[in-house]
Design a protein around this ligand. Sequence first.
Ligand SMILES: Nc1ncnc2c1ncn2[C@@H]1O[C@H](COP(=O)(O)OP(=O)(O)OP(=O)(O)O)[C@@H](O)[C@H]1O
Length: 273
Amino acid sequence: MNDKNPLLEVRDVTLTFGGVRALSNVKFSVNKGELFSIIGPNGAGKTSMLNCVSGRYNPNQGQIIFKGQDITKLRPNDRCTLGMGRTFQNLALFSHMTVLDNIMVGRHHLLKNNFITGPLYWFSGAQKEELTHRREVEDIIDFLEISHIRKSVAGTLSYGLRKRVELARAIALRPDLILLDEPMAGMNLEEKEDMARYINDLNEEWGMTVIMIEHDMGVVMDISHRVMVLDFGKKIAEGLPEEVMADPYVKKAYLGEEVDEETSVNDGKEKSA
Ligand SMILES: Nc1ncnc2c1ncn2[C@@H]1O[C@H](COP(=O)(O)OP(=O)(O)OP(=O)(O)O)[C@@H](O)[C@H]1O
């Protein structure tokens, strides 16, 4: 990992909704190959931050740099094309479509052949392209162990399985960076353990850089390389999971404990008021 050449750099991002300051001068960077978690109490600005990175929200101030390119003004679709994928806090699947079709939808950005070249199936390379797509989709189905439900209609599946299919669709694009918004929310213990393993393998074996928002501290501690903590829209800590969890400002944000200035890993510039 190289600190001087991060995959993603968030520079002093501020986001307001009317009078609400959802993010105040938040800055951080994520290196290629990292599994980076964003934590914080409810309403701290975590999803807003992810939405600024994915392009759903436009920050009032600041810049987002991805692969060395300023993407602050790019539309979400263009960020996908550059290699960014995401899942949502609330499920965003096509519930009437099959699992297989949902995953295929995730690959539409990569399709070179379109409605003009498509009819020239044998000549345009569309056949070869389709085979490649099918192979890639099969890899994902195997990896996430959803072969048995490939033909099931997404809306009929359990919540945990739908979350897994949503992850499948997001990784179908083979993004370099994947943004996961509460991937374990609403899951039982076994489903959480499975999901944590998939995310870890995506990072370690597939080489995907991951930014994850997660409330389950056990999972965050287990699989994150680094953690950033937001509170009231401000970054209050960033560092190794164990450092961050021991940070007095973090304990205060979560548990209301008093702060001893000497032992904080915060640089002192971004504490919440
Ligand atoms: N679209 C919006 N319109 C108005 N206010 C918003 C909008 N999105 C977020 N906010 C506000 O911005 C602040 C940060 O919200 P955000 O959803 O980013 O927090 P969060 O840390 O993700 O919370 P949670 O853990 O509950 O999901 C909150 O005060 C929220 O009410």
